[in-house]
Design a protein around this ligand. Structure first.
Ligand code: PHB
Length: 368
């Protein structure tokens, strides 16, 4: 039975989390074609409510922000009503849940856009790879660069989504500024070739993401808003000539706004934790709120990093897919169920809600 402070309560702005283990945002692509969560989403999140905090799967703030088939949204009344059932179920189990605000920018496809339009981005730079549409994978196409005059409209979509998340009973929202999606496209000089106030210098490239963060915080408040970054992750061929300088500066600006947490994907998202020489400590030193570490943590690494003061909260991703009672299993030293990659995306309850929790007898046995 592990006694680490990983399993102890922690202050989290106006609320307390029952432990420092966070369920990472995990795309599962099982909502309706209109982005409405189903009954199986209620059960899936309810089963995982013993996490100190759940971050919802990435959720589209608008139709324009959508890049993957069957991902949920938070822009329609129907979506809000469906999410309310999820948050009620999580709260009934004593859990907490944030909604992740997502705009994929160029990582989309005309098939997923209103009227078959081109996806939007900071600049007209085509991503590598393929989009996941309802008809299967299709090559990405060249996006349309957002005009400066349109940016307030996109910010307003974040604001509406934040209001909707609040109305749906979420405990807060996470601004997704990672993984090569819209805000990351503005940050990086490989995807932002703009010559207006939103491109060029680091200060200019940070402008739009920070305007979004400011607007989201102004809509709710800083204690209900977190932000996610992935300094070295390359997705869709995004690139940046000086990641350390960019992210040091970005975190300094984020820190001034005092969001409740900084969620950092250390290394390549879903992959190697990175021997890339990036100094994550430099970010930690610039941010005095809660630092949430993510990427390939196991119990040993979580305890080690927490004890060393390197992190305050630890995200687990794939282990939460296959272990609804992950917190208890980690604490008891019980074995973990293996995950089935084939059922990560799309489909039905199989691979979503049918992974077993420990029985009371098994729990007692591991506790002994
Ligand atoms: C994905 O669906 O593969 C995905 C979604 C959001 C992320 C990363 C990956 O931040």
């Amino acid at each position: 039975m592990s006694k680490s402070k990983l399993f102890e309560e922690v202050d989290f702005g106006p609320i307390r989390l029952s432990n420092r283990i966070v369920m990472a945002p995990l795309t599962r692509s099982r909502a309706t074609s209109d982005g409405v969560p189903k009954a199986m989403h209620v059960e899936y999140y309810r089963q995982r409510a013993s996490a100190g905090l759940i971050i919802s799967e990435a959720t589209n703030i608008s139709v324009e922000g959508r890049g993957y088939a069957w991902t949920p949204g938070i822009y329609s009344d129907e979506q809000v009503a469906a999410w309310k059932k999820v948050t009620d179920a999580v709260h009934a189990e004593g859990g907490r849940i944030f909604l992740q605000l997502w705009h994929v920018g160029r990582i989309s496809h005309p098939d997923l856009q209103p009227n078959g339009a081109a996806p939007v981005s900071a600049s007209a730079v085509k991503p590598s790879g393929k989009a996941f549409t309802e008809e299967g994978f299709k090559d990405h196409e060249t996006p349309r660069a957002l005009e400066e005059a349109e940016l307030p409209r996109v910010t307003e979509d974040y604001v509406k989504a934040t209001k909707n998340a609040r109305a749906a009973g979420f405990d807060g929202v996470e601004v997704h500024s990672a993984n090569g999606y819209l805000l990351d496209q503005f940050l990086r000089d490989g995807t932002n070739l703009r010559t207006d106030r939103y491109g060029g210098s680091i200060e200019n490239r940070m402008r739009f993401p920070l305007e979004v963060l400011d607007a989201v915080i102004a809509t709710w408040d800083k204690e209900h808003v977190g932000i996610r970054i992935s300094p070295v992750t390359v997705m869709g061929g995004s690139s940046e000539s000086d990641q350390q300088r960019l992210f040091n500066a970005y975190v300094e600006e984020i820190a001034k706004r005092q969001p409740i947490y900084l969620h950092v994907i250390e290394g390549q998202t879903g992959g190697d934790r990175g021997k890339d020489g990036f100094d994550y400590d430099a970010l930690r030193q610039r941010f005095d709120g809660l630092y949430m570490g993510n990427n390939n943590y196991d119990l040993d690494l979580a305890v080690k990093q927490l004890d060393a003061g390197e992190v305050d909260l630890v995200c687990f991703g794939k282990p939460f897919i296959s272990n609804p009672d992950l917190v208890a299993r980690l604490q008891l030293g019980a074995p973990l169920n293996a995950w089935d990659q084939a059922t990560f995306y799309g489909g039905d309850e199989k691979g979503l809600t049918d992974y077993p929790a420990l029985t009371p007898e098994e729990r007692a046995r591991y506790a002994a």
